[in-house]
Design a binder for this molecule. Structure first.
Ligand SMILES: [Zn+2]
Length: 470
């Protein structure tokens, strides 16, 4: 599926309170149908049973999928208070190529309730109730979930749509139960109540429990100790914001695998070092031993850039043969560039980004005939290499994986949060970074690799909720 499937968060409201304590095992999650007659969960369109979902109308099947995801979370959590989720299917933002699948967030938050782990701190309502042991919100839903009723129709990822089966066999459609696990995670606690875009705290200026667990590696400050301006800067400090909660950090070695893409420059000494790289979705995977070679800069444009959007000239083919070809981003797809370099005899491809920014994203695309590895480096790093090559000096490098680091964690093994620059409202800060491997449930985009699991050894979502007090 080439579609850009983006999760999003909803805005939230707030209240507070206090009451006595009870313990229990597991939690009951109640899906509250908030749709009107004949629409959403009440859509009477007849449907055939699918993948273990026995509903006979579209509305029934939607509700059964919601309750299935709710029950998966309920089996994992521990709360004496039923968790009510106000749920709707409504027309949400979409076009032919991208869509908002759905969004969820807390409807209620609490602070300074009995048993609160920290004073003067906001907690998601579902977690507040769990800690208090009785319902502090008078039976009102504590989470809101809205999903896109138009998904799969014309001009809304046409031909796609939600798979309503319960067995995960979604075959190119969007697995609703899997997406719900993600979104319910936001509602239960996996979302910062402090605004990452402005740095501003929720009403009355109290920090969120979340703020005590995010550490900026540049300032070495927790979000709870920062000014608004510092938080705003930290929210776009790419790959420099980590989660320091003990439960998550303990489980990182059991979930994330070793291997961070890198281009290691071995000569000349003035350039030697490890450069960040973004791996390709196609071609040979990067390895720990790496692919070593001399870098050859392609040049097929009047201004000296090398786009490789057409088969290479004889002269350029000679230049890149047996080498790591340095090719500029732009004009055509990455896979076209890499294929042209491969056809000319290059052993690997380094794409030089053409816009400033770090870290370098991966290279999207697919072409099963590509057998050489490829990766992207930043414009700044590429410019330094080009300067050397233009002065007739050689540059030698190894393209591969740094196996001393876990994918998605920092040098101390702490998971990184999603902090692209520019800021992405609804996604930044309140997700794990997209460099995590394997892909985690709470990354901002849905991928085929994400498992229907909220806990180890596949995932770190539940350990993060545990850090917050679940
Ligand atoms: Zn999300």
């Amino acid at each position: 599926m080439t579609a850009n499937k983006q999760f999003a968060l909803t805005a939230l409201a707030c209240l507070l309170g206090g009451a006595p304590l009870v313990a229990n095992a597991a939690a009951t999650i109640i899906v509250v149908n908030a749709d009107g007659p004949g629409e959403g969960f009440n859509d009477p369109t007849p449907v055939a049973p699918i993948g273990g979902n026995s509903g006979t109308t579209l509305g029934q099947q939607r509700l059964i999928a919601f309750q299935t995801a709710a029950d998966l979370w309920g089996a994992k959590l521990n709360s004496a208070v039923p968790i009510r989720i106000k749920s709707n299917f409504d027309p949400l933002t979409c076009d032919a190529n991208s869509a908002t699948l759905g969004a969820a967030g807390p409807l209620e938050v609490g602070s300074d309730f009995r048993g609160a782990p920290r004073r003067g701190t906001w907690y998601h309502g579902a977690l507040a109730n769990k800690i208090i042991g009785t319902d502090d919100f008078a039976g009102r839903p504590v989470i809101q979930a809205r999903f896109n009723s138009n998904l799969g129709t014309e001009n809304c990822l046409a031909g796609g749509g939600f798979y309503l089966g319960l067995d995960g066999q979604h075959n190119g459609k969007t697995d609703l139960v899997g997406v719900l696990l993600h979104e319910f995670g936001h509602g239960l606690g996996f979302s910062n109540l402090t605004n990452g875009q402005t740095g501003r705290r929720l009403s009355t200026g109290k920090p969120s429990a979340w703020d005590y667990h995010m550490l900026d590696l540049t300032t070495n400050k927790l979000w709870s100790a920062m000014t608004d301006a510092e938080r705003k800067a930290s929210g776009i400090n790419s790959r420099n914001l980590v989660w320091v909660g003990a439960n998550v950090t303990r489980e990182v070695p059991n979930v994330l695998r070793n291997g961070v893409p890198q281009l290691r420059i071995t000569a000349p000494l003035t350039l030697a070092g490890n450069l960040l790289a973004g791996a390709a979705d196609f071609g040979a995977p990067l390895t720990a031993s790496g692919l070593s070679g001399t870098i050859a800069k392609l040049s097929d444009q009047a201004d000296g850039t090398g786009l490789a959007c057409t088969p290479l000239t004889a002269a350029n083919a000679v230049a890149v043969q047996g080498k790591l070809a340095l090719i500029d981003r732009g004009t055509c797809t990455f896979s076209i560039k890499v294929k042209n370099a491969q056809d000319a005899g290059a052993i690997g491809v380094i794409i030089a980004d053409n816009v400033a920014g770090s870290p370098p994203p991966g290279l999207a695309g697919s072409d099963p005939t590509i057998t050489i590895p490829a990766a992207r480096i930043t414009k700044a790093d590429a410019d330094r290499i080009k300067t050397r090559l233009n002065s007739a000096g050689a540059v030698k490098a190894t393209l591969g994986l740094n196996n001393n680091l876990r994918a998605g964690a920092d040098t101390q093994g702490r998971v990184m949060m999603f902090t692209p620059n520019p800021y992405q409202p609804g996604s930044s800060v309140s997700h794990f970074d997209t460099s995590a491997k394997p892909d985690l449930l709470m990354e901002p985009q849905d991928t085929e690799e994400v498992k229907r699991s909220v806990d180890t050894p596949q995932d770190l979502t539940y350990p993060l909720l545990r850090d917050l007090g679940w």
